[in-house]
Design a protein around this ligand. Structure first.
Ligand code: PLP
Length: 435
């Protein structure tokens, strides 16, 4: 807890926003971290705590948007990265640690025979799409409306559509960034998330032209609402009927289980896009799949069907930190952190019931989210990815010593335990009562 109140226009963070905005658009390099009225600047992080430049301590429920599954500066990860940096941070040669991380991941997940590393989840999704296109020789992909998959133009199509669009049974392919070429939009087919009937109709019509269906098995809004088994079964059926590939975006979802998120549906994906936790806190992305499909990256005497370079791909620091992080994520540790997620969701539900607040407690595995129902607009159509922001609530949590992701989303780290539940629920109660 801190004496500082947010917002504070005398604070160092505020002054850094002003100074930064002279040389950086919005004073930074990530649209996703901008907050209103200004973004906090961080000094350090240790375990589950972060400290901002004004000395404010916060319990970090954001964990760099779910990527820091062990929280900040886990000693084993720091040591692995430090040791590698002292030997060199990047080479244009192979390094054994890349093979070790690939072996670790391939041993865990059915369907991972080979992996290709890159530097972000965005690149993973881009290469997943390009691999499906190279393998099938088809141009189009399908994806769910409002589903976030990073900032590759095809993958961001129809993200953040207006609430009025949500009543449309045939969602439209809509540009997210200004200036997106119409040709990109023409090759993206949008389906309504978790709507089996309408998705079946659209996919049956478009199926023969589709290279693949890109989807997030953690569902809408960073795991807020999971896809139904029936929806996943439909995607698998479409694969069999139309010869397209299932591209599972597990950039966040890979934190769900030891053997990948699709194991819980018993439907293996053809290509899986990875990122976040597998880099141990360093920039990372990866695509995994069968040897047959991953052969698109392979050159023999001829150029590969999908040539893929990258100056920092599989850089040994990321590989070493990622290996240390993933090695610690044993089946027991996945179980513990998922049980903690369930305990958080249960305790939050109790607070909401006690106070008789109209709200839905969402989430799965090691994430939770609180959707407070608008008395006028009603419950959100969360199944299609919408998310509500309540004025002032993020600031209230910051002032109480907690940093949540937008839409009151919390992502747990292994640095947390049962003792964190009660203080958080007491704070939640106080904030809800004040609202
Ligand atoms: C599901 C999903 N896919 C892709 C990405 C893009 O990953 P990155 O931010 O590493 O480019 C994200 C990022 O949050 C994500 O949540």
């Amino acid at each position: 807890m801190t004496e500082n109140n947010y917002p504070d226009y005398d604070s160092t963070s505020y002054h850094l926003n002003v100074r930064g905005s002279k040389v950086l658009p919005n004073s930074g390099s990530r649209s996703s971290i901008q907050s209103s009225p200004y973004t906090l600047f961080l000094e350090s992080g240790q375990g589950k705590q972060i400290v901002d430049v004004d000395g404010r301590q916060l319990l970090d429920f954001n964990n760099n948007f779910t990527s820091l599954i062990h929280g900040h500066c886990h000693p084993a990860i720091v040591e692995a990265a430090r040791e590698q940096i002292s030997k060199g941070s990047a080479f244009s040669f192979g390094s054994e640690i890349e093979i070790r991380l690939a072996e670790l991941l391939c041993q865990r997940v059915k369907g991972f025979e080979q992996i290709r590393f890159m530097n972000s989840g965005t690149e993973a999704v881009m290469n997943g799409i390009k691999a499906a296109r190279a393998y099938t020789g088809r141009a189009k992909i399908a994806k769910c409306e409002n589903s976030y998959h990073g900032s590759y133009a095809a993958a961001e199509t129809s993200l953040a559509v207006e609430p009025t669009d949500l009543s449309i049974q045939d969602p439209i392919s809509k540009a997210y960034s200004a200036g997106t070429p119409q040709g990109v939009l023409d090759d993206v087919v949008i389906i309504p998330f978790n709507d089996v009937e309408n998705s079946r109709r659209i996919l049956d019509e478009q199926g023969p032209m589709l290279a693949g269906i890109l989807f997030d098995p953690f569902g809408a809004g960073m795991g807020r609402v999971a896809p139904s088994q029936a929806f996943i079964n439909l995607l698998a059926e479409m694969r069999d009927t139309h010869g397209l590939l299932l591209i599972s975006d597990e950039v966040i979802a890979f934190r769900a289980n030891y053997d990948g998120c699709m194991s819980q549906f018993n439907v293996p994906a053809d290509l899986t896009c990875l990122g976040k936790i597998i880099g141990g806190g360093f920039p990372v992305g990866a695509v995994a799949g069968s040897r047959d499909i991953m052969a698109v990256f392979e050159s023999t005497d001829k150029k590969a069907r999908l040539p893929h370079g990258g100056t920092f791909n599989a850089n040994p620091v990321t590989m070493a930190a990622g290996y240390a992080a993933m090695e610690m994520m044993t089946p027991e540790e996945f179980q513990r952190i998922n049980a903690l997620g369930q305990a958080f969701r249960g305790a939050i539900t109790n607070v909401i019931t006690q106070l008789n607040v109209q709200a839905n407690v969402l989430g799965q595995a090691s994430v939770f989210a609180i959707d407070i129902v608008d008395p006028v607009a009603g419950s959100l159509p969360t199944g299609r990815g919408a998310m509500r922001q309540i004025e002032g609530i993020d600031a209230a949590f910051i002032n109480a010593g907690y940093f949540l992701s937008p839409g009151l989303h919390g992502s747990l780290s292994t640095a947390m335990d049962e003792n964190d539940i009660e203080p958080f629920c007491d704070t939640l109660k106080t904030i809800l009562q004040a609202l």
